[in-house]
Design a protein around this ligand. Structure first.
Ligand code: ADP
Length: 382
């Protein structure tokens, strides 16, 4: 007997289908859930008259070939045992349509990220229940992990969306470039200004999306650990910024020799690059000086980067490690607010912690800790 949970998605939106598919496929219950899509009348009637059992039918309120109410009526008539879910255009519409719940609809969700997440959760719960003979067991397990699952689903959605937005965004950037190159004269002065503004914002969106994708990839990527001499790594990153440092008269010095740690080399390169890049970007009027320190405390190493820059207000010192969180005014300092979130994720993936000690006007010390079981070729500096 087949225990699969079959979902019929009556929708014309390929994007919603992709997002839902990604959420379901990677939900741990993916193997038990089959998603069929009906984007036109023929597909829909083929599906409802087929032998296939559908446990859930999701109806989009925007249909190219019919009114959603007729689709719902047809489902009620031909598939009375299926759970009927309506996807509507907004939270407000979902509120309005919830009066229909008594009328054969099991749920009404908005067609946005939280609605699709809720829908994926509903389907996963059904799949889990049909797998398990003990409903009580399934319930208690899902309640215990509900928080984790929501977080994981969010991660998957972030990945799916940032991945799927790359193509249309690149297309938009290419069209803007064509306008700039081939139609400059026709556009005139004010047209060119608008186009420049558009290109600036498209580039910024691309930057944010790239960082979001990188952040999201780090979630599932296990660090590829090898012994990494942090002295060498630091020198490589300093070399990247040497021209800028020369230009602004900035210096970087080591207070201690740094240890060799068993970490992911590429990811740690990124951490040093973000932290030093930030120290340069958020420098004050004073000539920039960065000091790098290392300290072994019991079974962990702590690495600190101290700068004499603009500093961070006490109340912002935790928030800035979140996604897209920034403390300094955006117009003065370019950036996306993803750098420290990426650092935090890398350090957390290595079992460590990252924090900052700072106050406005007095510079900052960014410190990260990395647990290391034994000396692993490291020396102690204290
Ligand atoms: P971004 O640099 O793109 O703004 P980050 O996530 O790297 O994003 O940093 C978040 C915020 O933390 C910055 O916008 C800034 O307000 C603050 N910040 C980070 N590093 C420093 C620093 N060395 N000195 C002062 N402020 C900093």
């Amino acid at each position: 007997m087949n225990n699969d949970t079959n979902v019929l998605f009556v929708s014309a939106s390929a994007a919603d289908e992709t997002v839902l598919e990604t959420l379901l496929a990677k939900n741990g219950t993916g193997d038990d859930v089959t998603l069929s899509t009906a984007s036109e009348a023929q597909h829909f009637f083929d599906a409802v008259y087929s032998e296939m059992q559908f446990q859930v039918i999701v109806v989009d309120d925007v249909q190219e070939w019919s009114d959603w109410r007729s689709v719902v009526e047809a489902c009620k008539k031909h598939r009375p045992n299926a759970l009927l879910v309506l996807l509507v255009s907004s939270d407000a519409a979902a509120q309005q349509c919830s009066s229909l719940l008594a009328d054969g609809l099991a749920a009404v969700y908005p067609r946005n990220s939280s609605g699709l997440l809720a829908l994926a959760r509903l389907v996963s719960t059904l799949a889990a229940q049909s797998r398990s003979f003990s409903l009580r067991l399934a319930d208690s397990r899902s309640a215990a992990h509900a928080g984790d699952e929501t977080e994981e689903e969010r991660e998957r959605l972030v990945y799916a969306v940032s991945h799927d937005l790359q193509d249309p965004l690149q297309l938009a950037r290419r069209y803007a470039a064509i306008l700039n190159e081939d139609f400059e004269r026709e556009l005139g002065d004010s047209g060119s200004k608008v186009l420049n503004h558009l290109e600036f914002n498209l580039n910024r969106t691309q930057e944010m999306l790239d960082e979001l994708l990188e952040y999201s990839r780090l979630q599932s990527a296990r660090p590829e650990r090898t012994p990494v001499d942090l002295n060498v790594l630091l020198d490589e990153v300093i070399a990247l910024y040497q021209l800028t440092l020369d230009e602004i008269g900035g210096t970087i010095s080591k207070q201690h020799d740094l240890p060799t740690l068993i970490v992911d080399r590429r990811q740690f390169h990124r951490v040093f690059q973000n932290l030093i890049g930030n120290a340069i970007k958020f420098r004050s009027e004073r000539p920039l000086h960065i000091t790098v320190r290392a300290q072994r405390i019991r079974n962990e190493w702590r690495i600190g980067l101290k700068d004499n820059g603009i500093g961070i207000a006490e109340e912002d010192t935790k928030r800035i490690f979140g996604m897209f969180e920034r403390a300094a005014p955006g117009e003065d300092y370019p950036g996306t607010g993803m750098g420290l979130a990426i650092c935090k994720r890398i350090i957390t993936n290595h079992g460590g912690k990252i924090w900052v000690r700072s106050s406005l006007g007095s510079g900052s010390v960014f410190i990260f800790s990395i647990p290391q079981a034994d000396d692993a070729g490291t020396e102690s500096h204290g």
